[in-house]
Ligand binder design. Sequence first.
Ligand code: BGC
Length: 529
Amino acid sequence: MALAQETKRITAQFEYTDEDVNTGVQEFLRQMNEGLQKDGTSMSQIPTYVTGVPNGTEKGLYLAVDLGGTNFRVCSIHLNGDTTFNLTYSKVAIPKELMTAKTAQELFAFLAKQIELFLKTHHEEHFEAHTQRRQTISTPDGFADEHLFRLGFTFSFPVQQFGINKGTLIRWTKGFDIPDAIGKDVCALLQDEIEKLHLPVKVAALVNDTVGTLMARSYTSPGNTSTLLGAIFGTGTNGAYVEKVTNILKPVEGQYDKSTGNMVINTEWGSFDNQLNVLPNTSYDIELDKMSVNPGIQMFEKRVSGMFLGEIVRLVIVDMLKNPNISLFRDENSSFNDWQSTTTIGGDSTIMRQWGLDSSIMSIAAADNTPEFSTLRQQLESQLHIYAASSEDAQAFKNVAYAVGRRAARLSAVAIGAIVLQSGLLSDGTDEPIDIGVDGSLVEHYPYFRDMIHEALSAIKGIGSEGTKRIRIGIAKDGSGVGAALIALVAAGMEKHNTVGHNLSAIKNDITQKVMAAIPETGSSTTVV
Ligand code: BGC
């Protein structure tokens, strides 16, 4: 009983009421607009130079790479032009030591090497054809412009963009820390390493994963509605949305297509309210921040994203373990345990270690509604080496995880709701859906995460339950691959306008024909390697 009561007391600290949601939305709108006015604000509101979203008819073969979390992905994407695509990818874990390498060059050399391996494995003919061309044909410009593949580079960290394939790193997030890279153009860093390996690849577009998600969702989403927002709720969290150029009051340097009147903005909402004007702040949030590599930064992300939720739950559990007045994962004797055993925390359990609790167990806890919590108890054993937990223990763990997860979902609704209000679409006089593409482990695997978002959206003034019915949140998988390919396509179009010389275009035609001839005729399947 004492355990249940204490759990209730602690979980109440994670309640985020309808009133809190509304206060959050107002502050989010304020900080969004502040970020559109000047640089150096907590939400960076980065102009991306992407001025339109696709409609599903785009075609071509592109390469995309994705650096943004624990893995590096390389893919080639064939856009079929009928809202479908074929994707081939390979994935490799980023060695931990490279996440905190001494120089940026070490990390980028590794990335270029992976691109080489991918091309050799999956596009050998193009690779060889390219090498042969180099030996047989010459152009007035030499071979500098002969790039068989346009590559979209999904780089999911805050970057100050100066053009569609130019941008300097503002800061690392999600556990990366290579100070040497700050302020450098990440496209140039990758292109340099690609050149060293003589690969037939040009880094054509720099893409945040949220922008990729927005583009991918817009390409594949049903009907004619174009997508308003692409958002990630995974290791990190962030959103990119379509903003009217007239609302962007800070200067946007460099060239972009002005005809649409719109530009995609990468909000970098992970840093919403770093100053803690309105964000909830329990003692567990304070401790997590203090122990992180970037105290005071990414304060919204630290309450919402997968990298941090498990750690918040762990800090609560450790606090409860230390409390002599309750017995969590501790039995006086076997008669107190419904499995007639006594609970043991293994000496090698990671529960006492920072980052020792992976957020994925929260999804298991939320999904396990059996009377005995047998799946959850099994996972407590296999993941955390907590043996023979009682059902009261499992219930307490489940309640803590739920409270932290629910607060995260309701905070996510603050970001989504504010962007819907900012767009003005709810008063456009139609009943068209307002389309939102999302990706990431939380929205994909955490049970009812999207339902909890919807519930909180309906409590927002100016949206309500009628407005919420129009908000369609759909998963956009592989956004960072397909979306990056789509932006590389836009960038290639922009290049064509800027290039003269029929030599080059003849070579391009030749290349296109060869590439298209080499693509096997397949349906809209996805090849995962
Ligand atoms: C980064 C964003 C990214 C998000 C999701 C955050 O930590 O700052 O750029 O979009 O994670 O991957």
